[in-house]
Design a protein around this ligand. Structure first.
Ligand code: DAH
Length: 347
């Protein structure tokens, strides 16, 4: 028995080494390991009929033979496969000078690009960048900003109300109609003095057209300190716009009304296209309307917990979306939130 196993091993190895193709190797494998009638399989099957003395010895030996043959089979198979690969590689012409496939990489949305620039410039002037909730309470969106429930100024901004909660002090929940609510939130949290900007998304319940969308972006600004006047605002905004556009920009105030400021102003900047001479962009006035601003109303300071006898300041709010449109000459606001790649890829 022992001898015949050893012979089987020799015979098997010889057969394996003698193979000339993967197919003949498969045949040899079947001859020895075939489930039904493999030579080695049969011996393994017969183990159970051996005497108790022989069983362990022959068992061990047949396992060893099995191992040797399996290893030889695997090595031979690998050798055949390597040979095949080698052949393929040497017959295949591979042009190493063909350029690779470029990966398409995403990029930053034009609104986010300009927002980053705005943040950078204001940070350089010592302003911190703040954030606030997009789902806001009526209190912060209106009352805290000196717009009581029955005030006609509420009609200036058409509001999306969120179903559910109605708190006694904070009222219902709304999608914030402007970034101004963050003024009161920041005053409450940090007190005076303050120097912040608040870029953010705002929502209005409006019919959309080329210049109106129900979602757009604003940037709020707030500066509270001692002895602050509108001349500081003029200086800050002229500097901001000059840095943003990379050429000298002038600003001017016109009177304007917003409940949360007193006095309130509208700020225009000198038209960059015609340098003030008058063109289509500035409607021949030489000035482009840019934002609302003013000295923070006493009631708003009070809502923010700031002593209006000690501190005063100004606030402003401009449309970031409009700034992006002006900068890139985009004539339809809806493109910016459309997710349209043919549009976005241009920036
Ligand atoms: N919140 C105003 C709006 O959305 C813009 C604005 C005007 C903000 C005057 C201000 C301000 O801070 O002082 O129309």
């Amino acid at each position: 028995m022992e001898q015949s196993l050893k012979n089987l091993e020799q015979e098997g190895l010889k057969a394996i080494h003698g193979c000339t193709s993967i197919e003949t190797l498969r045949e040899v494998e079947l001859e020895y390991f075939g489930r039904k009638d493999g030579k080695l399989t049969n011996i393994m099957k017969g183990l159970k009929d051996l005497s108790n003395e022989e069983k362990p010895k022959i068992g061990q030996l047949s396992n060893a033979v099995k191992g040797v043959l399996e290893k030889a089979l695997a090595a031979k198979l690998q050798a055949f496969e390597n040979e095949k690969l080698q052949k393929e590689l040497s017959s295949d012409f591979f042009d190493t000078t063909i350029p690779g496939k470029a990966r398409t990489v995403g990029h930053i949305h034009p609104i986010a690009q300009v927002q980053e620039e705005v943040e950078r410039i204001f940070s350089q002037m010592g302003f911190a960048v703040m954030d606030g909730p997009e789902i806001e309470s009526e209190y912060y969106n209106f009352e805290g900003l000196n717009i009581p429930a029955d005030h006609p100024a509420r009609d200036m901004q058409d509001t999306f109300f969120v179903a559910g909660k109605n708190d006694e002090k904070y009222g219902r929940m709304v999608l914030r109609t402007h970034t101004s609510p963050v003024q009161v939130r920041t005053m409450e949290k940090y007190g005076a003095p303050l120097r912040v900007i608040v870029p953010g998304r705002v929502f209005r319940y409006e019919a959309t057209d080329a210049s109106h969308d129900s979602t757009f972006n604003q940037v709020e600004g707030l500066l509270i300190d001692k002895d602050i006047s509108l001349s500081h605002l003029k200086g800050v905004m002229a500097e901001f716009l000059t840095r943003l556009f990379g050429k000298p920009v002038k600003v001017r105030f016109r009177p304007g009304y917003f409940p949360f400021v007193e006095p309130g102003v509208e700020l225009d900047f000198s038209c960059l296209l015609c340098a003030g001479k008058g063109c289509r962009v500035c409607k021949h006035s030489g000035w482009v309307e840019f934002m609302g601003a003013g000295m923070v109303h006493e009631n708003v300071l009070k809502a923010g917990g700031i002593d209006s006898k000690k501190y005063q300041g100004w606030a402003f709010g401009f449309g970031l979306t409009r700034l992006v449109m002006m900068r890139y000459g985009i004539d339809d606001i809806r493109l910016l939130t459309s997710g349209e790649l043919r549009f976005l890829r241009q920036f």
